[in-house]
Design a binder for this molecule. Structure first.
Ligand code: KG4
Ligand code: ZN
Length: 342
């Protein structure tokens, strides 16, 4: 295969608490995908401390990139373009990746591609599903975002609905802290929920009025806090597993209700899930069943590609490469970058 047929992208991700580097060929063939996680470091503070995250990215980024190239059996001379997350995320953390990618682009005279983090999450679906092509509907549920997105083409997104308050992952994290499970909340709630009853406590399922596919999770989080307070006042010990299972079920019900409506009203034939919360087994199962009922093809990345990683950034960057959407060396971190904006 000559070089033109094989586009090799080095991808860098540093928007939050994972330092990631990957080599992705033609958008879907992941030759390496390395993640240096800072979870252990932030756990003692109960959440991500931005300043610590930035410092750790600086310490790790060169090693992670070197290891990703090494595992792919390549050097920077084999790379055709460098893709990097430039927003949304923590500004100091983003800047580390952006500065690194700009330096590589300048030194090696290869194109620089700025990738939207949420676009990366969506594109994670391309990696293990070679047959998946737009148009499709995607539910993105991460720590900072909950969006229902119509993907009408590569790099072309329309947000049908979004959370009006907390993101789904944020609700998982806050509830986990409240019931004493700590950070990171999602995986810990999922584990505790396996031992609990999803119908034990009837937490509210908020449906946002109007015809938008919007979500709201802060009421559900408050309901959990109220429940814990009332248990305390009555001298009852709340069963952690039941709270976890009932809360998780309430989140799943709200997410599936909007997706179901979108299936009925838009007639989509392909549906994907993305983002950290998409690694939740019970959510995946619920979405799979819903897709079965509506004869919609269901796609989801494997759990390691749902949470933050650089391979998904490499997948997204490839389609920008094909479209000639390159960034200049003035690329900056944009902490509140909107999907579809450049
Ligand atoms: O996409 P992601 O890795 O980072 C962001 O872009 O935010 O998502 C992280 C979020 C966290 O809120 C975390 O608690 C949640 O995803 N999460 C989960 C699970 N794994 C991670 N939520 C529910 N169940 C899980 N298994
Ligand atoms: Zn993310």
């Amino acid at each position: 295969m000559n070089r033109k047929e094989e586009i090799r992208i080095l991808a860098v991700e540093s928007s939050c608490d994972e330092t990631g580097a990957a080599v992705v060929v033609n958008g879907r063939d992941v030759r390496s995908n390395l993640i240096s996680s800072q979870i252990a470091l932030h756990t003692i503070y109960g959440g991500v401390v931005p300043e610590i995250a930035s410092r750790k990215h600086i310490e790790k980024i060169n090693q992670v990139i070197a290891a990703a190239l090494d595992e792919a059996g390549m050097t920077l001379d084999d790379i055709d373009a460098v893709g990097v997350t430039y927003g949304p995320g923590l500004v100091g953390a983003l800047l580390v990746g952006v500065a690194e990618a700009k330096a590589i682009s300048y030194a090696k005279k290869i194109p620089l591609i700025g990738v939207h983090h949420i676009e990366g999450h969506i594109c994670a679906n391309y990696i293990e599903n070679p047959g998946l092509k737009p148009p499709f509907l995607c539910l993105v549920a991460s720590g900072g975002h909950t969006h229902l997105v119509r993907v009408s083409g590569y790099g072309s997104y329309e947000i049908l609905g979004r959370t009006l308050d907390d993101a789904a992952g944020e609700a998982f994290d806050k509830v986990a802290r409240a019931i004493g499970l700590g950070y990171p909340g999602g995986p810990k709630i999922e584990k505790a929920a396996r031992q609990g009853r999803p119908d034990a406590i009837p937490f509210p399922r908020a449906h946002v009025a109007g015809d938008a596919y919007n979500f709201s999770f802060s009421g559900m989080k408050s309901a959990v806090l109220n429940y814990l307070n009332s248990c305390q006042m009555k001298g009852i010990t709340a069963v952690q597993e039941d709270v976890a299972a009932s809360f998780q079920q309430a989140v799943i019900d709200v997410l599936t209700a909007n997706v179901k409506r979108a299936f009925e009203e838009t007639g989509v034939k392909q549906f994907a899930i993305a983002g950290g919360v998409a690694s939740n087994t019970a959510l995946r199962q619920a979405m799979k069943e819903l897709c079965g009922q509506y004869q919609v093809a269901f796609y989801h990345p494997s759990p390691v590609l749902c949470t933050d990683n650089a391979a998904m950034i490499g997948a997204a960057a490839y389609y920008d490469y094909l479209a000639g959407r390159f960034a200049g060396l003035d690329l900056n971190a944009v902490p509140n970058l909107k999907l579809g904006e450049r």
